[in-house]
Design a protein around this ligand. Structure first.
Ligand code: DGL
Length: 293
């Protein structure tokens, strides 16, 4: 499990009532927020989308590390019990540095996504060809983080990775069905179709927004693995293990983006709210634009 432990001065009960911090370069982390919210309805969330500096996937290691640390420190300063790095690029490049800087548990998306893909190929038993494809940003693919993590879980797995950089702006625009998106998906995913994997890891948290078009392009036989869903499962396990689930039951029905969750962006709050509404069904009740640097 991707987490780090440091001493925390708060007692467990006080700590358990703190929110969960989540960050991404933009709207992609909303896919992780949704998975966490569905799984953990008694938790409160603080979400940071670094919309002023998106995309991260085409930037250098030093830059992604710097951005990721600034995001993590901002969320840590708001008093969170756990940090979810809802960005594959930051998880692939900056997790060790983030852990060094903040004294709370950190969960990324790469390890959970890789383990889920391996478990899925195992479930296929005799029908598995142990082929796992990964689509991600250029920075995540170059880091080789997915291949390393998959091979840690299954040495004999065959991994094919490809970068799909245009998927990030298409997701940010919420162009989920446009003909341009369909033809870009065909071009990017052609080699993956030929590779015929058991599983395709959506190794960028923006990609589940384009899930339908990706599934149609690669065919129904390929199981899509959402690294955000996998991450949410591991966050729940970690909270159970540490007895850090919020003990206070939230009365009434929780909805996505209700006023118990706080959203911050570094630019273009209105645009973020529009995409959030189309993707999650409602605009964040609490949304603020901030300057981080
Ligand atoms: N959503 C992010 C990821 O999971 C980053 C996309 C980007 O900023 O390039 O990699």
């Amino acid at each position: 499990m991707e987490n780090s432990n440091e001493q925390n001065p708060l007692n467990n009960q006080t700590k358990a009532s703190l929110p969960i911090g989540i960050f991404d370069s933009g709207v992609g982390g909303l896919t992780v927020y949704r998975a966490l919210h569905n799984r953990l309805p008694n938790e409160h969330f603080i979400y940071l989308g670094d919309t002023a500096r998106v995309p991260y996937g085409t930037k250098s290691l030093a830059t992604v590390e710097r951005y990721a640390i600034e995001n993590a420190e901002f969320l840590a300063s708001h008093g969170i019990k756990i940090l979810v790095v809802a960005c594959n690029t930051a998880s692939a490049l900056a997790l060790p540095k983030i852990r060094e800087k903040i004294g709370i548990d950190v969960v990324g998306v790469i390890g959970p996504g890789a383990r889920k893909a391996v478990a899925m190929t195992r479930d296929r038993q005799n029908e598995t060809n142990q082929k796992i494809a990964v689509i991600a940003t250029e920075a995540t693919v170059s880091s080789n983080a997915y291949a390393l993590s998959i091979h840690q879980a299954e040495e004999t797995a065959v991994v094919y990775q490809t970068a799909c950089p245009l998927f990030v702006p298409l997701a940010e625009e919420n162009w989920t069905k446009e003909p341009e998106t369909v033809s870009i998906a065909k071009k990017y995913l052609e080699k993956i179709k030929e590779f015929q994997p058991d599983a395709l890891v959506l190794g960028c948290t923006h990609y589940p927004i384009l899930r339908e078009v990706i599934q149609q392009t690669v065919g129904e036989n390929v199981t899509l693995i959402d690294s955000g869903e996998a991450c949410a499962e591991e966050v729940e396990q970690l909270l159970d293990f540490k007895e850090l689930k919020n003990p206070q039951k939230i009365e009434g029905e929780r909805t996505l983006c209700d006023d118990l969750d706080h959203f911050y962006v570094t630019d273009a709050a209105e645009r973020f709210a529009r995409v959030a509404e189309r993707f999650l069904g409602s605009q964040p009740a609490k949304l603020e634009a901030i300057e981080l640097y």
